[in-house]
Design a protein around this ligand. Structure first.
Ligand SMILES: NC(=O)c1ccc[n+]([C@@H]2O[C@H](COP(=O)([O-])OP(=O)(O)OC[C@H]3O[C@@H](n4cnc5c(N)ncnc54)[C@H](O)[C@@H]3O)[C@@H](O)[C@H]2O)c1
Length: 260
């Protein structure tokens, strides 16, 4: 799908990948771009919307009523939504001992947000025979996140969810893609050791260029770093060997966990 003349919504658009893609949509000639993010980012969000002559809507994507209101605001201003980029995300460190609150927010923002968007948009897209659901997961959703179990597990679920949407609706006019970046320089990039950075850090504008290109080709899996394709193949061909490699990488980057 080409972005020209399309109505686009982007969540997590106050910075990073969301902001870069919102700007790229505007540059590609979108009819309208609606940018959404948390209330706490209101000023940055308004400045992005101002630059691209778009509409800023504050929304917590983990709440279904906020997603409904976001879609309603987009439709009221520009008409039916053609492209919904469900991209908001956050990082919560830790393993199974991470707090229930961290598990819950990771689940809501990385999984339920995409469910809420699909619920709000699929009926209209099916009726029109056209629409694009683009969800951000992560390379961690195809592989693992060595220093954050809530992140890795919920991003794996986000990839599975996109696959289910593509299976259900891919032959009924709804295009589905899942963006799985490796390391990108954004507000989420934290100092200190990082396994994700082994293949280099990409800039958000470069990711946005890749997204526009992949959407034109209607490619399901959108990678930033092409090495990830090889890692997926290694994982699929021998899980035990891949897990042993992940343990070695964990020890090299973060140090071996303390003995019990
Ligand atoms: N930066 C990376 O290296 C990297 C790698 C893989 C995947 N990702 C994913 O890319 C997406 C964008 O992240 P980014 O790297 O641009 O980081 P970012 O922190 O710059 O952007 C994420 C945005 O999501 C917003 N957000 C968080 N919770 C929200 C909520 N409940 N409702 C609405 N907005 C919310 C934040 O306010 C922020 O503006 C995320 O889903 C992230 O997990 C990032």
């Amino acid at each position: 799908m080409h972005v020209k003349d399309k109505v686009c919504v982007v969540t997590g658009a106050a910075g990073g990948i969301g902001e870069a893609v919102a700007r790229a949509y505007a540059e590609a000639g979108a009819r309208g771009v609606v940018v959404a993010d948390l209330k706490t980012t209101r000023e940055r969000l308004a400045s992005v919307a101002g630059d691209i002559d778009g509409l800023a809507v504050t929304a917590d994507v983990g709440l279904e009523e906020d997603i409904k209101a976001l879609v309603a605001a987009a439709e009221a201003k520009y008409g039916p939504v053609d492209i919904f980029f469900s991209n908001a995300g956050l990082s919560r460190k830790g393993q199974e001992t991470a707090s229930d609150a961290d598990w819950d927010v990771s689940w809501r923002v990385h999984v339920m947000s995409h469910v809420f968007a699909a619920r709000a948009l699929v009926p209209g897209m099916l009726a029109r025979g056209s629409g694009y659901l683009l969800n951000t997961a992560s390379a961690a959703g195809l592989l693992a996140s060595l220093n954050s179990m809530p992140y890795g597990v919920t991003k794996n679920a986000a990839v599975a969810l996109a696959e289910h949407l593509a299976i259900q609706y891919g032959d009924r006019g709804i295009r589905v893609s899942v963006l799985c970046p490796q390391s990108v320089q954004t507000g989420m990039t934290t100092p200190g050791p990082s396994a994700a950075r082994v293949d280099g850090v990409m800039q958000p504008a470069e990711v946005a260029r890749i997204v526009i290109e992949a959407m034109a080709e209607e490619r399901f899996l959108i990678l930033s770093h092409l090495q990830v394709q090889e890692y997926i193949q290694r994982k699929a061909s021998n899980r035990d060997r891949w897990l042993a490699g992940m343990r070695r990488l964990r020890d090299r980057i973060y140090g071996a966990p303390p003995a019990a």
